[in-house]
Design a protein around this ligand. Sequence first.
Ligand SMILES: CC(=O)N[C@@H](CC(=O)O)C(=O)O
Ligand SMILES: [Zn+2]
Length: 313
Amino acid sequence: MSSDVCCFAEARRVAIFGGTHGNEMSGIMLVSMWTKNDSEIRRNRVHTKPFMCNPRAVEKCARYIDTDLNRAFTAENLSTPGGDELPYEVRRAKEINQIFGPKGSPDAYDVIFDLHNTTSNMGSTFILESSTDHFNLQMVHYIKKSMAPESCMVLLNEHPQLKYATTRSVAKHAVGLEVGPQPQGVLRSNIFESMRMIVKHALDFIEMFNSGVEFPACRVEVFRVHERVDYPRDTNGNIGAMVHPHLQDCDWEPLNPGDPMFQTFDGRTIVYEGAGPVYPTFINEAAYYEKHQAFVTTFRETLAVNSIRKNTK
Ligand SMILES: CC(=O)N[C@@H](CC(=O)O)C(=O)O
Ligand SMILES: [Zn+2]
């Protein structure tokens, strides 16, 4: 029985990032729209800045120019002096860290929402990087309640090897928002509107928090990143099978030992051989072929979330 109350400073400085990947169109359109007219994202007690993270990749409608921006925010990259000889995204990471960070410092932005699209059938998903950030977990709880009966999942990536240095990680509270399915370079109105509505609820939550509302303890269901599963490959690295039709589009549904996982080009089935059920997601994400990932497995768990309110002094 924990009745801890977590106190946080008001979240005054909030950024909405789009175009971290230049071919994920919903966030790109929302950010360019809100840059021209911010009436929809304005709140009395929050200063919200829309920002296009990788404008050169957006122009080319490519994920990135030289290297994946959403892997570039390592301590090493952010501290190297270097200039023009660096990959474009490393230079851009340093700029973004100057504007919205520095990462890990008191000067960093309070909250960054980073808007992504996936080709997988994940629906609307928050990607969180910490199970102890009670501010983020309360925000997610509020948004899930506000959206019901529509659902929104939470992917928790705290995995020591599978965690990566994201653009949003410069903020005190990093929030990834992944909405799919949407092909790369394509806008789908339903996906665009889901993303837009989630951002609206998120800003409403921050406004309420800043105005002094206390949010009581609650529980949030999350899916914790467990393992990356690659496609079967030959010695040249070419894939030897496709995601099996029984697994395709079944993000968040249990995958049990013995269940079909891949289908070879000559029609053989490759089954899952893990020890027990897992929940796969990011199934057949286009951007992950190069990362050698057909899907990621997760375990479902429920987190106890402390009540939160703002610091009174
Ligand atoms: C499809 C895609 O780009 N997904 C994001 C997930 C995230 O933002 O953590 C990425 O791999 O960077
Ligand atoms: Zn992305």
